[in-house]
Design a protein around this ligand. Structure first.
Ligand SMILES: *[C@@H]1O[C@H](CO)[C@@H](O)[C@H](O)[C@H]1NC(C)=O
Ligand SMILES: *[C@@H]1O[C@H](CO)[C@@H](O)[C@H](O)[C@H]1NC(C)=O
Ligand SMILES: *[C@@H]1O[C@H](CO)[C@@H](O)[C@H](O)[C@H]1NC(C)=O
Length: 148
C-alpha cells in the first residue's frame, strides 16, 4: 500500500466510527417527551376514520392525538413508539421496560374527551395504557417518551 494514503485511511476510519456512534446514539434515544392519559370506549366515531372500525389495529394499541401533535389531521394513521418514563415525583407510575407501538386514530381536543386531558400529548386506549402504566398507582397521567 502506498504509505502516503495511510493517514487518509485513518481519517476515513475515524469518520466512519463517528458516524456509526452518532447513528447508534440517535437510534437508541427517543424523539420527544410528553404526557399521556387514558381514554375509554366507545372509541367510535373517530376524527380520522369516522365510523370505520377496521382502522383500529388488531393489537388494540391506539391513541388519540392532542393539539401538540395533531397537526390538522396529518398525524392520522401515524405510528409511534411509546414508552412510559418515571420522574422523581412519580417513581412508581410505569410498568418497567415496556415499549409499545401505537397508531393515531383520533383527535382528543374536542368532546367527548375530558377537558382535563386536553393538555396531554396523547390519550391511550385501555390496552395501550394498561401495558405501559402501573395499574397499582392512582395516577391517571404518565410521562412518556415517543418516537415516530
Ligand atoms: C406499582 O405501584 C405500586 C404502588 O405504588 C408499587 O408498589 C409498585 O412497585 C409499582 N410497580 C412498578 C413496576 O413500579
Ligand atoms: C428493565 O431493564 C433493566 C435494564 O435492561 C433491567 O436491569 C431491569 O431488571 C428490567 N426491569 C424489569 C422489571 O424487567
Ligand atoms: C392537565 O390539566 C389538568 C387540569 O388543569 C391538571 O389537573 C393535570 O395535571 C394536567 N395534566 C398534565 C399532564 O399536565
Amino acid at each position: 500500500m502506498n504509505p502516503r494514503s495511510q493517514p487518509r485511511l485513518q481519517w476515513l476510519l475515524f469518520l466512519m466510527l463517528f458516524l456509526v456512534s452518532l447513528f447508534l446514539h440517535f437510534h437508541t434515544s427517543y424523539g420527544d417527551v410528553g404526557t399521556a392519559a387514558l381514554y375509554s370506549p366507545p372509541y367510535l366515531h373517530t376524527a380520522c376514520y369516522g365510523s370505520d372500525a377496521s382502522q383500529f389495529p388488531s393489537s388494540n394499541l391506539f391513541a388519540a392525538a392532542g393539539d401538540r401533535i395533531w397537526n390538522n389531521g396529518a398525524v392520522c394513521g401515524r405510528r409511534y413508539l411509546v414508552r412510559c418514563i418515571t420522574s422523581t415525583s412519580t417513581p412508581d407510575s410505569c410498568n418497567q421496560n415496556q415499549t409499545i407501538l401505537i397508531k393515531i386514530v383520533d383527535y382528543m381536543g374536542r368532546p367527548p374527551f375530558a377537558h382535563s386531558t386536553y393538555n396531554t400529548t396523547m390519550v391511550l386506549s385501555n390496552t395501550a395504557f394498561g401495558i405501559i402504566a402501573n395499574s397499582s398507582t392512582a395516577s391517571s397521567y404518565i410521562n412518556i417518551e415517543f418516537e415516530q
